[in-house]
Design a binder for this molecule. Structure first.
Ligand code: PEP
Length: 269
């Protein structure tokens, strides 16, 4: 089904151009929470809540040690399992790292790359994000690449510069064909785990910037089809308003994805 975007005043609207509707993705990032046993218990409660839900894609990213249990417990369901990080190297002597091939071997399909907590606390640079993105795409994983400004950058009026730089460097030397499966998540760092949410307009404006960078790197058609998720204190009570924005193609959810009822309520926004 094709639809024509209504002409409007927002720069996001590519006047008169046709594009496919973008299926939204609701992804949960569990961070360093839950054991394998707790993962199975979560899925036991969560899967019946979202059974038959096809409007949106659902992804859960538990810690590495839970991935196998999560894949087994969600087999045959509409929930995909992702990792929260990946190494850019294949099998080699790198203590503590996990490769794309290892993620695939346990049945993972998605991987979060460049989350702000990795950038802030584990010195992950734009160049490392680029290496990880290339490795994940090469392996056939669906990467969810996170970008977003910190509070000081927003207050200094640098949001656009930061997003452009992060996207440009993350997307560097990757072809549109290779990047086809990529998803981007705009996560303003000041909104992560703080209870502060970007307004739908703030998120939309940021998504327009990300989409424009994707158009520069990969072409307009690619950008028109790119799913850009919003992340930052998404909860059951604000999900519907955020998801109503034409520019917002889903959510990356931290805290509120840990409880089966709350995450199911977000999925069903
Ligand atoms: C996140 O970890 O990506 C996130 C958005 O967290 P929260 O929903 O808790 O703000």
């Amino acid at each position: 089904m094709y639809f024509r975007q209504a002409p409007g005043s927002h720069p996001a609207q590519y006047l008169g151009r046709l594009r496919m509707p973008r299926k939204k993705v609701i992804a949960g990032n569990w961070k360093m929470y839950k054991t394998p046993e707790q993962t199975v218990a979560f899925l036991h409660d969560f899967l019946p809540e979202v059974k038959g839900h096809t409007r949106d894609e659902i992804v859960i990213a538990p810690p590495y040690i839970d991935l196998y249990a999560a894949v087994q417990a969600s087999e045959g369901s509409n929930v995909a399992i992702g990792a929260q990080d990946v190494c850019w190297r294949e099998e080699c002597a790198l203590t503590g790292e996990i490769s794309s091939g290892m993620l695939l071997s346990v049945g993972c399909t998605h991987v979060i790359i460049g989350h702000s907590e990795r950038r802030q606390f584990f010195a992950e640079t734009d160049d490392i994000v680029n290496l990880k993105l290339k490795a994940a795409l090469e392996a056939g994983l669906v990467p969810i690449v996170c970008v977003g400004e910190v509070l000081e950058e927003r207050e200094a009026g640098l949001t656009e510069d930061v997003l452009r730089r992060q996207c440009m460097r993350a997307f560097s030397t990757i072809s549109a064909a290779k990047a086809a499966k990529m998803i981007v998540a705009y996560e303003p760092v000041w909104a992560i785990g703080t209870g502060k949410t970007a307004t739908p307009q703030m998120a939309s404006d940021a998504h327009v910037i990300v989409r424009a960078e994707a158009a520069k790197a990969f072409g307009q058609e690619f950008a028109d089809n790119l799913r850009i998720l919003y992340g930052g204190s998404v909860k059951p009570d604000n999900a519907k308003t955020l998801m109503a924005e034409q520019e917002i193609d889903g959510a990356l959810v931290g805290g509120a994805s840990l409880d089966p009822k709350s995450f199911a309520a977000i999925v069903k926004y």
